[in-house]
Design a protein around this ligand. Structure first.
Ligand code: NAD
Ligand code: UDP
Ligand code: UDP
Length: 317
C-alpha cells in the first residue's frame, strides 16, 4: 500500500484516478479547491477509510507525508482557464513550486500532468517529445500553455538541482464520464447539445483536428509512468493517435445519440491549434507496450450513457 496525494482529485481525470488507486489498495488524499471540480465526482468514495478529502489551493504551501504525488490541479478547459488567466498561471507555476518543495522535503515521487498544449499550434505532425513547440507567449491560451511549459521547466530543475524523482506526462485531449456538463470542451459540449436537441456549436470550418483519448487509457498510461524505472522522467506523450476533424466528431456524436440537432458554425477562437496528433512510440517503449485500447466510438458511447443518466436526474436543489 502506498500513500498517494492527488491534486485536482475532484476534477474529471482526478476523480477517476482516486477511484482506481483506491481500488488497487492505496491510501489516497484528494486535494482540490473545487474551481472546476466537484465533490459529486468523489462522493461515492467518502465512506472508504483509506480516502481523505482536503479543500486546499495549491498556490499555497501544503504539508503531508506521502509516497507519490500526482499533480493534476489546473483548470483544463479553455473557457475555465481563460476566466482568471493570472490565477491559471499561478496554479501551474506557484502550485508546482509548492508541490516540488513538498516532494523534495518528504522524498516523494511526483508526476506532472502536462499537456499537448506545450506544442502550441504545431508545425510538425504528429508531435514527438523532442519538438519544442510553437506557442504564442501573449495570447489568450498563453496562461495555460506557458504555465504548463514553465511547470515542466520547474520539474526538470528540481530534478537536476535537488534530485527530486519526477515524471512528466504530456496528456492529449482526453474525455469520458465525470466531465462537467458545462466544462466547455468539445466532447462534452457536443454530447450535451445532441442529447438536449440543441444546436451543435462547431467553431470555424471544423477542419481543425484533435486525437481523442478515453480516460481509462490515460489512467493506465499515467500509472505505468509513475511506477516506471526511476531514470525515465519523460516528458512522454500519452494520447490516442487516431485523429479526427472536429466536424467528423460532431457528425459521429449526432449519429451515436440519434439526435435531431443541427450543426451551426461559430467563429474559431483565437490561437486555436489547427492539428494535433501524438506520436506514442516513446510511451510504447518505456511503459511496457502501453497503447490506447478504447477507440472513439466505444468511448463516446460510454460517455453518452453517462451524460444521458446525468441529464435525466432532476436537480434536488
Ligand atoms: P478539470 O478541470 O476537470 O480538473 C482540474 C481540477 O483541478 C479541478 O477539480 C479543479 O477544481 C482543480 N484545481 C484547479 N485549480 C486548482 C488550485 N489552484 N488548487 C487546487 N485545485 C485546483 O480538468 P481535467 O481534464 O481533469 O484535467 C486534469 C489535469 O490534466 C489538468 O492539470 C490538465 O491541465 C491536465 N490535462 C488534461 C487534458 C484533458 O484533455 N482532459 C489534456 C491535457 C492535460
Ligand atoms: N513547501 C510546501 N510543503 C513542504 C515543503 C515546501 O508547500 O512540505 C513549499 C514551500 O513553502 C516553498 C516551496 O514549497 O515555498 C518550495 O520549497 P523549496 O524547499 O524548494 O524552497 P524554499 O523553501 O527554499 O523557498
Ligand atoms: N470546439 C468546437 N465547439 C465547441 C468546443 C470546442 O468546435 O463547442 C473546437 C475548438 O475550437 C477546438 C476543438 O473543438 O478546435 C477542441 O476544443 P477543446 O476546447 O475541447 O480542446 P483544445 O482546443 O484545448 O484542444
Amino acid at each position: 500500500m502506498k500513500r498517494i496525494l492527488i491534486t485536482g482529485g475532484a476534477g474529471f481525470i482526478g476523480s477517476h484516478l482516486c477511484e482506481r488507486l483506491l481500488k488497487e489498495g492505496n491510501d489516497v488524499i484528494c486535494l482540490d479547491n473545487y474551481f472546476t471540480g466537484s465533490k459529486k465526482n468523489i462522493a461515492h468514495l467518502m465512506d472508504n477509510p483509506y480516502f481523505e478529502l482536503v479543500r486546499h489551493d495549491i498556490t499555497q504551501p501544503y504539508y503531508a507525508e506521502v509516497d507519490q504525488i500526482y499533480n493534476l490541479a489546473c483548470p483544463a478547459s479553455p473557457v475555465h482557464y481563460q476566466y482568471n488567466p493570472i490565477k491559471t498561471t499561478k496554479t501551474s507555476v506557484m502550485g508546482s513550486i509548492n508541490l516540488l518543495g513538498l516532494a523534495k522535503r518528504i522524498n516523494a515521487r511526483i508526476l506532472q500532468a502536462s499537456t499537448s498544449e506545450v506544442y502550441g499550434d504545431p508545425e510538425i505532425h504528429p508531435q514527438t517529445e523532442d519538438y519544442w513547440g510553437n506557442v504564442n507567449p501573449i495570447g489568450i491560451r498563453s496562461c495555460y500553455d506557458e504555465g504548463k511549459r514553465c511547470a515542466e521547466t520547474l520539474f526538470m530543475d528540481y530534478h537536476t538541482q535537488n534530485n527530486v524523482a519526477i515524471k512528466i506526462v504530456r496528456i492529449f485531449n482526453t474525455y469520458g464520464p465525470n466531465m462537467h456538463p458545462n466544462d466547455g470542451r468539445v466532447v462534452s459540449n457536443f454530447i450535451v447539445q445532441a442529447l438536449k436537441g440543441e444546436d451543435i456549436t462547431l467553431f470555424g470550418d471544423g477542419l481543425q483536428t484533435r486525437s481523442f483519448q478515453y480516460v481509462d487509457d490515460l489512467l493506465e498510461g499515467m500509472i505505468r509512468m509513475m511506477n516506471s524505472r526511476k531514470e525515465f522522467i519523460g516528458p512522454v506523450n500519452v494520447g490516442n493517435p487516431n485523429e479526427f476533424t472536429i466536424l467528423e466528431l460532431a457528425q459521429k456524436v449526432i449519429e451515436l445519440t440519434n439526435s435531431n440537432s443541427k450543426i451551426i458554425h461559430l467563429p474559431l477562437p483565437k490561437d486555436d491549434p489547427t492539428q494535433r496528433q501524438p506520436n506514442i512510440s516513446l510511451a510504447k517503449m518505456e511503459l511496457n507496450d502501453w497503447e490506447p485500447k478504447i477507440q472513439l466510438n466505444e468511448g463516446l458511447l460510454r460517455t453518452i450513457s453517462y451524460f444521458d443518466n446525468l441529464l435525466s436526474i432532476k436537480p434536488t436543489h
